[in-house]
Design a protein. Structure first.
Length: 318
């Protein structure tokens, strides 16, 4: 279990991480999400003992990282996939790590297999790897010691959609086997595909945390019909709040099933019916991080809805 309590990190007068608290439990894939410069990497660096905290604490299984004996056997980390020695091959890189952990070379071959680095690729110098291949090597290196906790900084950066799908499978399997995963990203859609619990950070502060469903709010529906005026009338009569959709059609604060049932009962022909829960999560994220966004992305917005654990401006949990 990862526990971060009232963590603050200052660089001179600049506060990079400001009174941050959260916990990650076994069985969870937790996404640490925030715009560029939000304080994600700094928090992960403190967690993994690379940077001292100014105040507060960050522990893994009850210990500060530096106090964990042979830490790579307990905590797998991937903080910078470009940091691997470019003159070594993936196999050499992993064999060196295995030696330091007292593991046999057979474990290296298992990991190369797991991350899909083929025999021909594993023997090539890392200098010639794509970013996606480096990320795969990083995951292999993190998993080498069979840890119970994974801490990964932007692990899906550079992965194609198939690679993101693969990463989700690896991390989901790890969590389902009882492991704890904390991964960061500034990309909502990547985190959404991989994580089941999300912590939103902006300007060094936790803005919200909760399950993906809680952050997305009530699942919404996007619907189009041959007679949309009649559909709006039927939805309103059934007590389902609705409004014009962002790209035409009708947006409804109800499930697709509820909308389908109302339309069927009214004898209306639908031409489109789909969930719009992604839009809910994106809206929540943009509203929460509006003040921390750069340039034209800054936009005011109402506060997040119920079901989301937020942190108010005075630092207390709302
Ligand atoms: N060693 C340092 N000295 C001074 N400022 C730093 C240092 N490291 C980080 N910062 C600042 O702290 C803030 C948070 O940086 P951090 O790298 O944690 O953000 P991030 O959320 O990981 O961003 P990104 O998504 O762009 O990687 C930034 O404003 C950054 O410039």
């Amino acid at each position: 279990m990862i526990v971060v309590e009232r963590l603050t990190k200052r660089y001179g007068p600049f506060v990079a991480v400001d009174d941050v608290s959260f916990a990650c439990h076994p069985g969870q894939v937790v996404g640490f999400l925030g715009p560029n410069g939000a304080g994600k990497s700094t928090t992960l660096r403190v967690l993994t003992g690379l940077t001292p905290a100014t105040s507060g604490s960050a522990t893994i299984g009850g210990y500060a990282y530096r106090d964990i004996p042979n830490p790579a056997m307990q905590v797998g980390t991937l903080l910078d996939a470009s940091a691997f020695h470019s003159g070594r091959s993936a196999r050499e890189t992993l064999r060196l790590s295995a030696q330091m952990m007292g593991l046999p070379n057979s474990r290296v071959e298992e990991m190369l297999d797991l991350v899909g680095l083929a025999a021909s690729e594993a023997g090539r110098r890392v200098a010639n790897y794509s970013l996606g291949m480096r990320q795969r090597l990083g995951v292999a290196n993190a998993l080498l010691g069979d840890p119970s906790v994974l801490i990964l900084d932007e692990p899906v950066n550079g992965l194609d959609p198939a690679g993101i799908h693969w990463m989700r499978g690896v991390l989901r399997g790890f969590a389902d086997a009882g492991g704890t995963v904390l991964l960061s990203s500034h990309l909502l859609h990547e985190i959404e595909l991989i994580a089941d619990h999300i912590i939103v950070i902006g300007g060094g502060r936790v803005m919200a945390q909760g399950t993906k469903e809680a952050l997305a709010g009530t699942p919404g529906t996007h619907v189009r019909a041959v007679d949309e005026a009649a559909l709006v009338g039927a939805l309103t009569a059934a007590g389902l709040p609705c409004r014009p959709g962002p790209v035409g059609g009708v947006a409804v604060d109800a499930s697709t099933r509820q909308v389908g049932e109302v339309a069927a009962a009214a004898g209306l022909v639908l031409t489109e019916l789909g969930s719009s829960s992604t839009g809910g999560l994106e809206q929540t994220y943009l509203q929460l991080t509006a003040a921390a966004q750069r340039g034209p992305m800054r936009q005011p917005g109402p506060p997040p809805g119920p079901g989301i654990v937020g942190q108010n401006s005075s630092g207390g949990m709302a």
